[in-house]
Design a protein. Structure first.
Ligand code: PLP
Length: 401
């Protein structure tokens, strides 16, 4: 036996930038510091009551045993109805798998598609788990930078520039965590054409589809025609829309053979998603949507406040997020600023300065493979947002340029 304790599959994974900030923030809190956390991407709302009630009933009725690995038929049918009426995509239950969060659905998708030597096009900035999940499969993520001038929206041209015959798939995330970019119909059609023409796959992560600001419209790429639908795995989950992060409920829709392959992986990893959460998911998807709509409207009001507040800070600029609950702020103009004897030279130092001087936590852009920025999550109260902006303003005004 060799003396290598940890597999190379795991050794190649980085620590998540969000985790690093969360650990530091936890340490400050333990020291009794009143820290405002804008780092974690978690809704501050409670799960709507009718969803909780349905889980309670499920428990009372002893719905507490293993279910089919791919999820109960009733839930998979409810997901098909949702996809039909809201997204204009037609699936049957054998094309759906229910997983423990969108994260597991994504992991299953990468595992089902990718082999060592494959490449996956990954538009950045992006949710950090894509990178590591792709690496675990042995495939190589190819970063495709998006451009501020195009509001961080990925285009077919960007993808084309990074294409090689080794590319197996492209990841889309609209609205995007962290940039808030929403890909519009014309761009999406061009991306669909590119995917079909190259005979590759698209993994589309739609977890923020219902959190849209201004009059932005959501379009699922799979709805653009049969050819692209055949090459798409649609990922979604209940965490963000229904404030259900802890319930761990997500799902994927796609061609039957791919879904069956994903089920094979899930069988050996976790079996079915939590049975009680599956019942709750039926209530979430098929029940009244007002609570979800009200939460989305609250995020839009907060966005307005954050967008104006961040842009009024010295050295900070951010685009108006089109969707999601994050603002992605450029802080490169703060590079070189001095605080006492220290000079701030990159975004991680600025984020650390904000932690210690303003007692607020945000995530450095590096965590999303996009240095020069930080991500500010506004899934928190207006009151906290005002306090946070105020603290940042006071801290940045202490800097000398
Ligand atoms: N996809 C994106 C883009 C996310 O931002 C997140 C969570 O932050 C997830 C997936 C994970 O969602 P879930 O809680 O359903 O696993």
């Amino acid at each position: 036996m060799g003396d290598k304790r940890i597999s190379s599959r795991v050794s190649c994974l980085g620590q998540s930038g969000i985790q690093a900030v969360t650990i530091k923030a936890g340490q400050l809190r333990q020291m009794g510091i009143d820290l405002l956390n804008f780092a974690e991407g978690e809704p501050d709302f409670s799960t709507p009551q009718h969803i909780k009630d349905s889980a309670y009933i499920a428990m009372q009725e002893d719905f507490t045993k293993y279910t089919a690995v791919e999820g109960i038929e009733e839930l998979r049918s409810a997901i098909c109805e949702k996809l039909k009426y809201e997204n204009n995509v037609y699936y049957n239950p054998s094309q759906i798998i229910v997983s423990s969060g969108a994260k597991q659905a994504l992991f299953n998708a990468f595992m089902a598609l990718c082999d060592r030597g494959d490449q996956v096009l990954l538009p950045v900035p992006c949710f950090s788990s894509y990178m590591d999940q792709i690496k675990i499969t042995g495939a190589t993520p190819v970063l495709v930078p998006t451009d501020k001038a195009n509001k961080y929206r990925i285009t077919a041209n960007d993808l084309r520039k990074h294409f090689s015959p080794k590319v197996k798939a492209v990841v889309l995330n609209s609205p995007c965590n962290p940039s808030g970019a929403v890909i519009e119909r014309d761009h999406l059609e061009e991306i669909a054409e590119f995917v079909v023409e190259q005979n590759i796959w698209v993994i589309t992560d739609e977890v923020y589809e219902k959190i849209l600001h201004d009059n932005n419209e959501y379009i699922s790429i799979a709805s653009l025609g049969e050819a692209i639908k055949k090459r798409t795995i649609t990922i979604n989950g209940l965490s963000k829309t229904y404030a259900m992060t802890g319930w761990r409920l997500g799902y994927a829709a796609g061609p039957e053979d791919i879904i069956a392959a994903m089920a094979k992986i899930q069988t050996h990893a976790t079996s079915n998603a939590n049975s009680i959460a599956q019942k709750a998911a039926i209530a979430a998807l098929s029940g009244p949507q007002e609570p979800a709509n009200e939460m989305a409207a609250a995020y839009s009001r907060r966005m307005e406040h954050v967008y104006e507040g961040l842009n009024s800070l010295p050295g900070v600029s951010c685009l108006r997020p089109a969707g999601g609950f994050y603002a992605f702020a450029c802080i490169q103009d703060l590079y070189g600023a001095r605080f006492g004897r220290e000079t701030l030279t990159n975004e991680t130092e600025i984020v650390t300065f904000l932690l210690t001087e303003a007692n607020i936590a945000v995530v450095p852009g590096e965590a999303f493979y996009y240095p020069g920025y930080f991500r500010f999550c506004f899934a928190t109260s207006m009151d906290n947002i005002s306090k946070g902006l105020d603290r940042m303003d006071r801290a940045f005004r202490k800097l000398e340029f």
